[in-house]
Design a protein around this ligand. Structure first.
Ligand code: CA
Length: 704
């Protein structure tokens, strides 16, 4: 009896203690909405409006030069790090490549837990743009992550233990998830990627507590013409269906994946999604050259409770260039023409900066934020771009700006209400679009309908130099009211990092070559920089604890730009990702990265190939180029010219056909190539290796 009483008393005490101590990750909609204007960072873009502006001003122009490391962490993956960390009640949550999740004590950097969803390595093949993950969502004691193999997983915020997991995609199809989930009104919202390969895009809402599906909205019509029993059925029948014509989309699924941007206006009760490119890219092949193909390259406004369609704005009708509208969607209240306007802003890949009335989707203004050659403007009456007729590459290849990597990609922008400026990480990347006359749909492979052979290196050195000189990155400070640049910082390389702006009058951005820098928000003067020793692509965030302001950024180069254009990047080996956290007067030291041994192969010892190198050139550029670089120039995903796999026909076949390196992400190509094709490609790469050894290789232009 006494023991029982003692036990009961103990349970009572523990119970009371548990009640008094708030649980981990107690975030709700009210708190996320408040984070739009306070100092908390509770959702991917900070609050629901995704402005990425923190009013914190303890780090400012006066002391930014004294920033030092407060703490750092190193991760167990050397692929791209794209996540923005969240900080909730002193705990920092972040994700890394391969969809792993980590929780740290935000004061000390002590790791509290980690979660590895154990994605099968060969699934990396389905990721067009690296096995990246852009972050987690936190809601009512749980942490949500989307995985590269299409799962949505709820974790206990205190322990990292999985609570529920749902497969959001058909695992037999090349879907991926790289974007951060967002939670609105107890529903976890998640899209997917895969439109280079051939999937049908959709957005799904899951009950945050149970993982039960609440609604699904398809972004393109069902190729069978049948209703899906989904929230999108009505608008597909009334609007979208008629904008598609006969073409390859019926085999590929049409694309239109929503792989990144989501924003929410609690007052209008509208949730906004950015929608991606078509499959194949080539509109002539996809839809017979007819129709706008809704809702490709569009912004969609839906009701969060039901997925009901409210409005859309299509940035690139009849998309034919991988010009996604998945880029960062940001909500703000601006005064335009003397009137207060509730706007939505986006700088999609096509190079125009759009200011849209977010209540009804009406265009307010659009102006190109960087040099572009595919269109001359946007018609203010119709909201449609005024295209350069050559841009549709119907009769001839057309070298245009931007290419498939876009004038702006996933790297988040930031708004500063004090300067009134939006800071855009932009790219200048030309690309020669060419109709793929030999196109035929190959399930599971890239199906873009654009001939990549012409994007092999020009042999003429002067042309090559002229093209590579065009490639660069910029940080553009854009006035969204006057639609013009106020200042611009040129970066030596393209594919730089996402942006943060603060009440301290600062803009923070990392760069491809590895520096993490602070700029004056009003004038763009560089005030501070730190050499991370690795490229930076992720956006930084900031938080305050015990009166101290911290600045956190994930470090680790990778993603689409790095994979597809390694020769236009600083040449560096793959290095483990890191999380760096700074404060004024921070004294921690991150050790220099060890220099990995350079794999060297003896060209004289290579078993000669009996393959047809000329055919191998075509095989390579149709199947291998997007990861290993045009003309086998890759130095980030393995440089095949220096790969021991090149030594013998057996080694090469073992990887390319038999899948020996599948656990590391290099899936077998037996579905697409015969052993002879593979050996022909080896013959071609041996030629390139010999050329490189003779000093004839040069930096290539970027490709999609
Ligand atoms: Ca794409």
């Amino acid at each position: 009896m006494k023991i029982i009483r003692l036990g009961m008393a103990l349970a009572l005490v523990l119970g009371v203690a548990a009640c008094q101590k708030p649980g981990a990750g107690q975030v709700d909609g009210k708190r996320i909405a408040a984070a739009d204007s306070n100092a908390e960072w509770l959702s991917y873009g900070k609050g629901y409006s995704e402005q990425r502006f923190s009013p914190l001003d303890k780090i400012n122009a006066g002391n930014v030069g004294q920033l030092g490391l407060a703490w750092f962490a190193e991760f167990d993956t050397d692929r791209g790090q794209e996540a923005t960390p969240l900080v909730v009640d002193g705990v920092l949550y972040t994700s890394t490549a391969w969809s792993k999740v980590f929780a740290f004590d935000a004061r000390t950097g002590k790791q509290l837990w980690k979660f590895d969803p154990r994605v099968e390595g060969s699934k990396g093949f389905n990721a067009c743009c690296d096995v990246v993950n852009r972050g987690v969502a936190v809601w009512k004691g749980r942490v949500y992550v989307g995985t590269i193999d299409g799962r949505l997983i709820a974790l206990d915020a205190k322990t990292g233990q999985p609570v529920w997991s749902v497969q959001t995609t058909d695992p037999s199809k090349p879907y991926t998830i790289t974007g951060a989930p967002r939670v609105v009104k107890d529903k976890v919202l998640i899209g997917n990627g895969g439109a280079e390969y051939g999937v049908r895009g959709y957005i799904t809402a899951y009950d945050a507590a149970t993982g039960k599906q609440a609604w699904r909205f398809y972004t393109v019509p069902n190729p069978t013409g049948a209703p899906d029993g989904a929230a999108s059925d009505k608008v597909m029948a009334e609007k979208a269906g008629a904008t598609w014509s006969d073409g390859e989309w019926k085999k590929t699924g049409g694309g239109g994946t929503a792989w990144d941007s989501i924003a929410y206006d609690p007052k209008l009760d509208l949730v906004y999604f950015g929608i991606g490119n078509g499959t194949p890219w080539n509109h002539k092949l996809r839809s017979g050259g007819k129709g706008d193909n809704l809702f490709l390259s569009s912004i969609l406004a839906l009701r969060p409770d039901t997925g009901e369609y409210v409005w859309h704005y299509q940035t690139t009708p009849a998309e034919s260039w991988d010009y996604t509208a998945t880029q960062h969607i940001m909500l703000a209240d601006l005064t335009i023409g003397g009137q207060p306007r509730k706007v939505l802003m986006q700088a999609p890949k096509n190079g125009f900066f759009y200011v849209i009335d977010r209540a009804n989707g009406q265009l307010i203004s659009a102006r190109n934020y960087t040099n572009i050659t595919w269109a001359t403007g946007v018609d203010p009456k119709t909201g449609r771009p005024i295209e350069n007729p050559q841009a549709r590459y119907k009769d001839a290849a057309f070298l245009q700006i931007p290419g498939p990597l876009g004038a702006h990609n996933w790297q988040p922008m930031a708004f500063n209400p004090k300067t009134g400026l939006v800071y855009i990480p932009t790219n200048v990347t030309p690309f020669a679009y060419t109709d793929d006359k030999g196109f035929s749909y190959k399930a599971g492979a890239w199906n873009v309908g654009v001939d990549f052979l012409v994007n092999a290196l020009p042999t003429d050195a002067a042309t090559l130099k002229a093209i590579t000189a065009m490639v660069k990155g910029q940080l553009v400070a854009w006035d969204p009211v006057r639609q013009k640049a106020v200042w611009t910082v040129d970066h030596p390389y393209f594919w730089n990092a996402g942006v943060l702006s603060t009440g301290g009058g600062l803009v923070f951005q990392g760069a491809a070559q590895g520096e993490f820098a602070a700029y004056d928000a009003a004038a763009g003067r560089k005030l501070w920089s730190y050499d991370t020793g690795n490229g930076v692509i992720a956006a930084p965030m900031t938080y305050e604890l015990d009166g101290e302001q911290y600045l956190a950024v994930m470090v680790g180069v990778g993603g689409g730009g790095q994979i597809s254009a390694p020769g236009s990047m600083p040449q560096r080996p793959r290095l483990p990702g890191r999380l760096l956290v700074f404060k004024v007067g921070g004294k921690a030291q991150a050790p220099a990265f060890p220099k990995p041994a350079q794999p060297a192969i003896d060209l004289a010892a290579i078993q000669p190939s009996k393959g047809d190198a000329q055919h191998g050139f075509a095989v390579f550029h149709q199947n291998c180029q997007v990861c290993h670089g045009p003309n086998a120039s890759g130095a980030w995903l393995p440089d095949l010219k220096a790969s021991p796999m090149l030594q013998t026909a057996d080694n090469w076949k073992g990887v390319v056909i038999d899948g020996a390196s599948a656990p590391r992400g290099m899936a077998s190509f037996a579905r697409f190539l015969t052993p002879k094709d593979a050996e022909d490609a080896r013959a071609y790469v041996i030629e390139e290796a010999k050329k490189a050894a003779g000093g004839q290789a040069a930096a290539p232009m970027p490709i999609g």
